[in-house]
Design a binder for this molecule. Structure first.
Ligand code: KG4
Ligand code: ZN
Length: 335
């Protein structure tokens, strides 16, 4: 089954053609990062406008790269939640128009489920059940993937998302938006033991907290400058990254052990972080667990992951009619 998929929940206008939830025939991403960089973060109004301008070209290119016409596509999938509402509406409106005009089924996809499904592209053998850590710019969750379409959140951030914390720490250190990748690079050159940062605590054992860590980075920078001392940016980046990565790893492994999973996965933009990938991989090995992570290009926002999840949603009968709407927030099932 060939699915044309569309993703426009944040600052990437993306379209892809995927086959049977596992194979990518084409994947096109028009990024707006350079423009948002000027403002230090995503400006929702600009994001919506650029999606409107880009979507026709991106969808056209996805079809032509796959060497297919709209008639040869079996269904249209689209991210309809969660995300920036104006941005989501562009993708949803366009997908509805395509599905109606070409008389194809329309499949709504939850953005987080899409991130998790990126693993199915990289790991053809991966099948539920498994436990997944989702770490992106907007989300931090530990999710029980019970089947391809039944996902239950068992842990979540109580304040900032992991990617948000990376971006805010990076901004304080003077790196451009989005800063996660700059922290990743800088940390390789730093000494993580040079600065001491507090390990955040949470009431619920699988929950996360990042705002205290981010504030500690900001305070440390401020205090160092006030004392007229030189800041070792690389070492502070390394200390921040190590604290965040250890927290994410420890909670994921503890949850997997306690809930009885021997398969764990990670997904979302922060899953591109080299230290996180290495740390969880080593911890999984030490605990006899199999570890899955998408290839780098599939961690951050793309439409291929939406097409893959869309395939499983279609098999489960989860299609929509022309009344489909977009939602800025939509929870996965919560325990
Ligand atoms: O999944 P994504 O593309 O968008 C959302 O759905 O939010 O995630 C973007 C986030 C940004 O916060 C970005 O800084 C972070 O992923 N990120 C990284 C790395 N690459 C991207 N964070 C840490 N290390 C990286 N290498
Ligand atoms: Zn995302």
């Amino acid at each position: 089954m060939k699915i044309l998929s569309i993703e426009s929940s944040c600052d990437e206008t993306a379209a892809a053609v995927t086959e049977d939830g596992r194979n990518v025939l084409s994947s096109v991403i028009a990024t707006q990062i350079d423009e948002h960089k000027l403002y230090g973060g995503v400006v929702p109004e600009i994001a919506s406008r650029r999606h409107c301008e880009n979507i026709v070209g991106v969808v056209d290119e996805a079809l032509s790269e796959a060497d297919l016409t709209l008639d040869e596509i079996d269904a249209v999938a689209v991210t309809n939640a969660p995300g920036l509402i104006g941005a989501l509406l562009v993708g949803v409106g366009f997908a509805k128009g395509l599905a109606m005009s070409a008389d194809k089924p329309l499949i709504p996809v939850h953005h987080i489920k899409g991130h998790i499904a990126a693993n199915y592209i990289t790991h053809k053998d991966l099948a539920p059940p498994y436990l997944c850590l989702v770490v992106s710019g907007g989300h931090t969750h530990i999710v029980r993937v019970q089947s391809y379409t039944e996902l239950v959140t068992v842990g979540r951030t109580v304040d900032d998302a992991a990617g948000e914390a990376f971006d805010k720490a990076a901004r304080a250190l003077g790196y451009p938006y989005p800063g996660g990748v700059h922290i990743d690079r800088a940390a390789k050159k730093g000494d993580p033991t040079k600065y001491h940062l507090p390990v955040p605590n949470t009431r619920e054992k699988y929950d996360f907290s990042f705002s205290g860590l981010k504030t500690a980075v900001i305070n440390l920078i401020h205090n160092t400058r006030q004392r007229g001392e030189e800041l070792d940016k690389e070492s502070l980046a390394a200390a921040f990254q190590l604290t965040a990565v250890n927290m994410l790893t420890d909670k994921l492994i503890a949850a997997a052990e306690e809930l009885g999973y021997d398969k764990i996965a990670i997904a979302g933009g922060v899953a591109a972080n080299s230290a996180l990938r290495e740390n969880i991989s080593a911890a999984a090995k030490a605990h006899g667990m199999n570890f899955y992570v998408p290839e780098l290009g599939l961690c951050t926002d793309n439409a291929a992951m939406i097409g893959c999840q869309g395939y499983y949603e279609y098999l489960a009968g989860n299609t929509a009619d022309m009344s489909l709407n977009a939602y800025a927030t939509k929870k996965l099932h919560m325990l």
